[in-house]
Design a protein around this ligand. Structure first.
Ligand code: SAM
Length: 248
C-alpha cells in the first residue's frame, strides 16, 4: 500500500516514520510513505501556496492551484482517492482504517492556517476526513495518525503477537485487560485465572472483561457490537449485579 502525503512541512514526518512497526513495514516493502512538498507544485518566483481570504478576514488560506497540480501529478492518471484532512470532515475511525487498507494507494492533503480553498473539498478531494473534534495547527499530525492506523491493517505489518483483530474497536468492543511480570507488584495482584492453564476459562474471562470494560468506558459501542447470546446473558447479569449493589 502506498501513501502520498502533501504538506508544506515535509521534514515533520522524518522522525515519526523512522522507528517501530511503520519503519519495518517500509523496509519490508509492505507500505510506502512518500512525502511531497506542496511548494514544489506552486508556480511563480516565490512559489506561493497561500493567500489572503476573499471577503477579508484574519489569516491565510491555501490556494487551490498547487493542490490540484500536486494531486493530479501524483495520481498520474490513476484513480487513487485524495483525502483532505479537515476538522470538518467525516470522523476517521477503526472501521475506516480497515476499509482504506484495501486501497492500493491513498493521497492525504494537509492544510494549515485558516484552511484550504473550498474548491479543493468540493471538486478534488474524495472526502474530507477529521481525526477528532478538536482543531490542530495543521493536517500533518492527522496524516501520521491515519498512516499508522491504516498500516496496521495491511497484511503482514502487524505480527501475530499484536493481533489487530483482537484490538479495541476491531470486534466492536474494547480490548480485554493485559498483565505481565511481575505477578504481584506493590501488593497489586494479577487475576488468578491467568495462571490456571485452562485456555477455555482464560478466554471466557477475557471476553467478560472486554464486555465489562466496554460497558463501563464506552457503552455506546455495545449497541453496534457483534454480541453472542452468551455475551448478552453476561451483560444482563452484570446489569443485575450492579442494580443489586445499588439497592440497600
Ligand atoms: N479554520 C478551520 C476550521 O475551523 O475548520 C481550521 C483550520 S486548522 C487551524 C488548519 C489545518 O489543520 C486544516 O486545514 C486541516 O488540514 C488540519 N486539521 C485541523 N484539525 C484537524 C482535525 N481534527 N482532523 C484533521 N485535520 C485537521
Amino acid at each position: 500500500m502506498r501513501f502520498d502525503i502533501i504538506t508544506i512541512f515535509p521534514e515533520m514526518f522524518a522522525s515519526v516514520f523512522s522507528g517501530g512497526i511503520i519503519r519495518k513495514a517500509v523496509e519490508r516493502g509492505l507500505i510506502q510513505v512518500n512525502v511531497h512538498n506542496l511548494r514544489d507544485y506552486a508556480t511563480g518566483k516565490h512559489r506561493q501556496v497561500d493567500d489572503r481570504p476573499f471577503g477579508g478576514d484574519e489569516g491565510m488560506v491555501f490556494k487551490p492551484e498547487p493542490i490540484f497540480a500536486a494531486v493530479e501529478s501524483l495520481r498520474g492518471g490513476s484513480d487513487a482517492p485524495a483525502y483532505l484532512l479537515s476538522p470538518q470532515g467525516r470522523r476517521f475511525d477503526q472501521r475506516l482504517a480497515e476499509e482504506w487498507a484495501r486501497f492500493p494507494r491513498i493521497l492525504l492533503i494537509c492544510g494549515r492556517y485558516e484552511g484550504v480553498d473550498e474548491r479543493v473539498s468540493r471538486f478534488l478531494a474524495a472526502e474530507e476526513v477529521s481525526i477528532g473534534d478538536y482543531v490542530l495547527t495543521g493536517g500533518e499530525p492527522a496524516a501520521v495518525v491515519i498512516v499508522d492506523a491504516v498500516s496496521r491493517f495491511v497484511p503482514g505489518v502487524v505480527g501475530k503477537e499484536e493481533s489487530v483483530a483482537r484490538d479495541s474497536f476491531s470486534r466492536g468492543l474494547l480490548d480485554f485487560p493485559h498483565y505481565t511480570r511481575p505477578r504481584e507488584f506493590r501488593g497489586m495482584k494479577t487475576p488468578e485465572v491467568l495462571f490456571s492453564g485452562n485456555h477455555g476459562k482464560i478466554s471466557s474471562w477475557r471476553r467478560k472483561k472486554a464486555l465489562e470494560k466496554t460497558r463501563l468506558k464506552r457503552p455506546d459501542l455495545l449497541a453496534k457490537a457483534d454480541l453472542s447470546p452468551e455475551d448478552r446473558k453476561l451483560l444482563e447479569r452484570m446489569d443485575k449485579e450492579r442494580k443489586e449493589r445499588k439497592t440497600p
